[in-house]
Design a protein around this ligand. Structure first.
Ligand code: CU
Length: 577
């Protein structure tokens, strides 16, 4: 069947199931993943496209639906997997799409079928989780709607904004640079993209720009021309915003409008109003935007700028266009500047405004286990690495879920005590920066309440500590608190928010500080927990949780998920001894 026919079939199915309110439907998609020449920022490069589109198609489903996606790898020289970011994969851990953890990567020419239930409404996205393919543009949005939506906004008045960053260096060369000895840093992105569109070396507002950027000369139909959000006066719009950046932390502001934050990572939050939002890689938000009635009708800038790293990338700009405003008229004001990149207090204040909406369960009052994770930058025989508790993650060829299923126990790490933090000077470069590679895997029994305390520290050189947005697969967790300096057991844990802690799947760890989170082990599977900055994960910044090992051993895992490494050998030798 050709791609076009597949699409028609899919569109009809989606339409059919949306109409049958109340009963769970099936969304079935046939995807072909391949490299294509594109000019996402008006400069030609190679992207990973899905069915010929970049970013990949937006998946729409209703809460309760089953989503089936047949992914055919048409890249000629690379494997591929796709992770469904924010979907908890209850009962289907082999569909999580993390290479080496939950499945073997899909070989060129082969097809793997992901099948999972989207159990609750929310704004999500999907992306490649093999090598650094997210940086090559393998991503798209996933919107799970509720048939009983409780948010108040005008029906069908929704926009999706998928934010990403873009390098002119290919993802293959980025990987090689980061893995070289000495490490060659990839630098800051050339462009920021909104829905896959950005402008390199020019600005939509060039004639106002004191930084010397010239005015962009794209035409309306250029692939790098920004998408314009066309709005009507006196309505409430929902903006679904997701960040799949490789490196950049971002801030988004709409000139002349406030934003009411109502959803974060697929969970409703107690609504609050702000002038702009911070968004880290791996996070999603919904904000409500109330249009006013400008007379005469006009356009406003939407700006996206870099946070937390000295920006060397111009703001991404797009336009909020009121009905009736002149198509050709230039915007009358310079774009709003996003906040200073190093105003960390502003970022922390934003994070600390986020609380669960009414009706969400509070975290259990006590935990059974505390896992301290010290985040450091290290050296290993001259290679630059990131390490957790001085171990740098290296994911094996045989996916963990397969080795556990077939009784080959990985070497589980011991939970360190608080002394791992107490004995470490977080304010200075490491005294002994040497690290070793590790399986990074912890064994968690079912029914546990686990606290994770992420502790940040100084990098290898200079007085610098970076932001790390940590993302957990297979779960939402409660954010219990953030703090400055070293975590103090017996003091800081007494101040945890146990009343309206927000449920998230991604949380920021701020420079020289700590972040604490809590989750319940109620979902057997093997779950990645890692920094969502692509270069950091590539250099070892992650751990893995094997949850309910006894139950994994009884799972009916599709063989296609395990056709590599020692599990392939097991299949090949079946029936022969
Ligand atoms: Cu990081």
């Amino acid at each position: 069947m050709s791609v076009i026919v597949w699409w028609l079939v899919t569109a009809v199915m989606v339409a059919a199931h949306s109409a049958s309110a109340g009963s769970a439907g099936v969304v079935e998609l046939y995807w072909e993943v391949e490299n294509q020449f594109r000019s996402p920022d008006c400069t030609e490069g190679v992207v990973i496209a899905i069915n010929g589109t970049f970013p990949g198609p937006t998946i729409y489903a209703n809460a309760g639906d089953t989503v089936i996606i047949h992914v055919k790898n048409k890249l000629s020289t690379e494997n591929v997997v796709i992770h469904w970011h924010g979907i908890r994969q209850n009962g289907t851990p082999w569909s999580d799409g993390a290479a080496g953890v939950t499945q073997c990567p899909i070989n060129p020419g082969e097809t793997f079928t992901y099948k999972f239930t989207v159990d609750k409404a929310g704004t999500h996205f999907y992306h490649g989780h093999y090598g650094m393919q997210r940086s090559a543009g393998l991503y798209g949005m996933m919107v799970v709607r509720s048939l009983k939506e409780t948010l108040h906004y005008d029906k069908f008045e929704e926009f999706n904004l998928l934010l990403s960053d873009w390098w002119h260096l290919s993802s293959t060369l980025q990987e090689l640079s980061l893995s070289s000895k000495p490490m060659r840093w990839i630098g800051e992105p050339q462009s920021l993209l909104i829905n896959g569109r950005g402008q390199f070396d020019c600005s939509q507002a060039g004639y106002f720009n004191e930084g010397g950027l010239k005015e962009c000369n794209f035409t309306k139909d250029d692939p790098c021309a920004p998408t314009t959000l066309r709005v009507k006066p006196n309505k409430v719009y929902r903006l679904r915003i997701a960040s799949t950046t490789s490196l950049a932390s971002l801030n988004l502001a709409v000139e002349g409008h406030q934003l009411e934050v109502v959803e974060a990572d697929g969970n409703y939050v107690a609504p609050f109003t702000v002038d702009d939002i911070d968004i880290y890689s791996g996070e999603t938000y919904s904000v409500l935007l109330r249009t006013h009635n400008p007379s005469p009708p006009r356009k406003y800038w939407i700006s996206v700028g870099v946070r937390g790293r000295k920006p060397n990338t111009p703001q991404a700009l797009t336009v909020l266009h009121y009905a009736g405003a002149s198509e050709s008229e230039r915007l009358p004001f310079p774009p709003r500047e996003t906040p200073r990149w190093d105003d960390y207090n502003r970022s922390k204040n934003f994070s600390k405004k986020i609380f669960a909406a009414k009706g969400y369960p509070p975290p259990p009052e006590k935990s059974n286990a505390q896992l301290f994770l010290l985040n450091t930058q290290n050296l290993m025989e001259g290679y630059t690495k990131w390490a957790i508790n001085n171990l740098s993650l290296s994911v094996p060829a045989t996916p963990y879920i397969g080795s556990i299923r077939y009784g080959v126990k990985p070497e589980y790490l011991k939970f360190p005590g608080p002394e791992i933090i107490e004995n470490y000077d977080i304010d200075n470069p490491p005294v002994n920066p040497n690290t070793t590679v590790s399986s990074g895997i912890y064994n968690l029994a079912m029914g546990m309440v686990v606290d994770v305390i992420l502790q940040n520290a100084n990098v290898l050189e200079g007085n610098v500590s970076e932001v790390h947005p940590w993302h957990l697969h297979g779960h939402d967790f409660w954010i219990l608190g953030y703090g400055e300096g070293k975590f103090r057991p017996g003091v800081d844990d007494k101040r945890y928010n146990l009343t309206n802690a927000p449920l998230r799947n991604t949380v920021a760890l701020y420079p020289y500080g700590w972040t604490a989170l809590r989750f319940v082990t109620d979902n057997p599977g093997v779950w990645f927990f890692h920094c969502h900055i692509e270069p950091h994960l590539h250099m070892g910044m992650g751990v893995v949780f094997a949850e309910g090992v006894d139950q994994i051993a009884k799972m009916n895992i599709p063989r296609e998920a395990l056709g590599c490494g020692s599990t392939r050998e097991m299949f090949m030798n079946q029936g022969r001894h």
